[in-house]
Design a protein around this ligand. Structure first.
Ligand code: AMP
Length: 210
């Protein structure tokens, strides 16, 4: 099963990808998480990506295509995977086609902009393991530390209100055209991303018939 999760930043792609990945026993590949880790450890790619990510811009296509190419070559991708946050532009989707990757489903998690802004304001991530929470919708025991590893929760730099609006603008301009790209291939599934997390997981499973 090879699945792409589409949707605005904060639509719940990461949260749902983790759940579906566990159910289907396939890995989740998040280009955002790979980039954040590279920034944290100070690799050459991380240093190059930092300025783009912090201001809410997209990292250049050739960089993220390189990341995906390397990651998909890993053994754990043999039986399938979920792509969370890739592709985000039409050239990235075309690059995936050129790599010969045959995607089964593209799940678009639909949430309107006003809800996105509210969600991003409450998002917290673990500074050590990257696990994502929300102070209201996915709280931890104390909303200060990670339930999984106990490290401190922080607000992502790119979740600041001005940056969120910039990311939404980029999403509409550059990522949303991918809906038509994949609808034309007959593999686009749209799911309502509002409401209960478990209910959304159910809708996704139904749409991919897992
Ligand atoms: P995410 O965690 O998916 O919201 O990604 C965080 C940030 O990483 C984005 O705002 C971009 O700066 C960068 N990024 C992640 N995936 C991509 C991608 N496919 N193309 C370009 N930039 C990306």
């Amino acid at each position: 099963m090879k699945i792409i999760f589409l949707g605005a930043p904060g639509a719940g792609k990461g949260t749902q990808a983790e759940k579906i990945a566990e159910i289907c026993s396939i890995p989740t590949i998040s280009t955002g998480a790979i980039i954040r880790e590279a920034i944290k450890t100070g690799t050459e790619m991380g240093t190059a990506a930092k300025a783009y990510t912090e201001k809410g811009a997209l990292v250049p296509d050739e960089v993220v295509i390189g990341i995906i190419k390397e990651r998909l070559a890993n053994d754990d991708c043999k039986n399938g995977f979920i792509l969370d946050g890739f592709p985000r532009t039409v050239p990235q989707a075309e690059a995936l086609d050129e790599l010969g990757v045959k995607i089964d489903y593209v799940v678009d998690i639909d949430v309107d902009d006003a809800d996105i802004v509210e969600r991003m304001g409450g998002r917290r991530v673990c500074e050590a393991c990257g696990m994502s929470y929300h102070i209201k919708y996915i709280p931890t025991k104390d909303n200060k530390t990670c339930d999984k590893c106990g490290a401190k929760l922080i607000i992502r730099k790119d979740d600041q209100p001005e940056t969120v609006l910039e990311r939404l603008k980029i999403y509409h301009e550059q990522t949303e055209p991918l809906k038509a790209f994949y609808a034309a291939k007959g593999i686009l599934k749209s799911v309502d991303g509002r409401g209960d997390i478990a209910q959304i997981t159910e809708s996704i499973l139904k749409s991919i018939k897992a």
